[in-house]
Write a protein that binds this ligand. Structure first.
Ligand SMILES: [Zn+2]
Length: 322
């Protein structure tokens, strides 16, 4: 073939490939899911009300919450992932391990002298990024979740999350984007709905809240009336559009938490804001009801709708709405 024909053919192939149907990744990159102005909301007002704790890495911001809890926040990547160090009298747990861009183990060793283990709220990349640094990893007894943790993530599958528009201040010098992966990890302990985790003077109860994905759990700090919610709830766009989502289960899980709302006053969520009054759970239940009833304000793009509510949004695939 002459070079002109080759050029024409490649242009044609390019056009054809851009016409292929919308994949999950395309949806994730849509402006409704990953808005290019995400950082305009920062710093979020809550952080001025919390005590900041200095640490050796600029990538993390650490805040001391009541009852010996540290919120570990990643404000420079659009996920704004938050994980938590929770100290009991005898031992500590790390609830989620962030994206893996920062060196979480180094940070934890600066914050506590207690022995510790990791509790995963679920196994999406932005919660298990640094699991591989730790020796004790607990998660829900759930086949899909366990497989996802063991499979890990390739560099190629993660690169979308480092697009310049999704970063606010570059990346840490020690971090090499070209070799970033989520290494395969085997959980060392499996818990179930209702399992009690004793830290000494402080008990966390596992509450299985599937919907965002099958292995999503919350941890109820019973003595201190705090609920760690992972991605079940955070004050931002609740992801109810991915392949892992079961929207009916999500709604049932919201109702399950609402039925127990007297047992917790505050939510420590997996993104954006680490200290939210629990009453928002009532509005989340109402929000899902509005979506199912065809009510509520929304914007739609690439087969995804973003519904806007007071204190959170719901991102849902249009074909999931009954
Ligand atoms: Zn998440």
């Amino acid at each position: 073939m002459k070079s002109k024909e080759i050029l024409l053919l490649s242009v044609l192939l390019l056009i054809l490939s851009s016409l292929s149907c919308t994949s999950g990744d395309d949806v994730e990159s849509s402006e409704l899911v990953q808005p290019s102005n995400w950082w305009e909301k920062l710093p979020r007002p809550v952080y001025a009300t919390l005590e900041k704790v200095e640490n050796s890495q600029w990538w993390f911001e650490v805040y001391r919450l009541p009852h010996n809890i540290y919120a570990i926040y990643e404000p420079y990547q659009f996920e704004e992932a938050i994980c938590y160090l929770v100290e009991g009298e005898d031992r500590a747990v790390i609830i989620d391990t962030g994206t893996g861009i920062g060196d979480l183990k180094k940070l934890i060793d600066e914050l506590t002298d207690l022995p510790y283990s990791v509790l995963n709220t679920h196994t999406h990349y932005d919660h298990v990024g640094d699991n591989h640094q730790f020796t004790e990893i607990a998660m829900l007894r759930d086949a899909d979740g366990i497989n996802r943790l063991i499979e890990g993530r390739t560099n190629e599958s993660l690169m979308n999350y480092l697009r310049p528009a999704l970063l606010r201040k570059g990346l840490p010098e020690e971090f090499d984007p070209d070799s970033w992966t989520i290494p395969s990890v085997e959980p060392t302990y499996l818990f179930d709905d209702g399992t009690l985790i004793d830290l000494g003077g402080r008990t966390l109860e596992v509450i299985h809240t599937p919907g965002h994905c099958t292995d999503e759990v919350c941890f109820l700090d019973k003595e201190n009336k705090i609920l760690f919610t992972g991605d079940m709830f955070f004050p931002g766009p609740l992801y109810a559009f991915g392949d892992d989502v079961n929207i009916d289960e999500y709604f049932q899980s919201v109702k399950k938490l609402e039925a127990r709302i007297k047992e917790f006053d505050f939510l420590c969520s997996g993104h954006n804001d680490p200290w939210v009054k629990s009453e928002v759970i009532h509005r989340v239940r109402e929000g899902f009801e509005d979506v199912f009833a065809g009510k509520g304000e929304f914007e739609e793009e690439q087969g995804v709708r973003r519904y806007y509510f007071n204190g959170f949004d719901i991102l849902i695939r249009t074909d999931m709405i009954k």
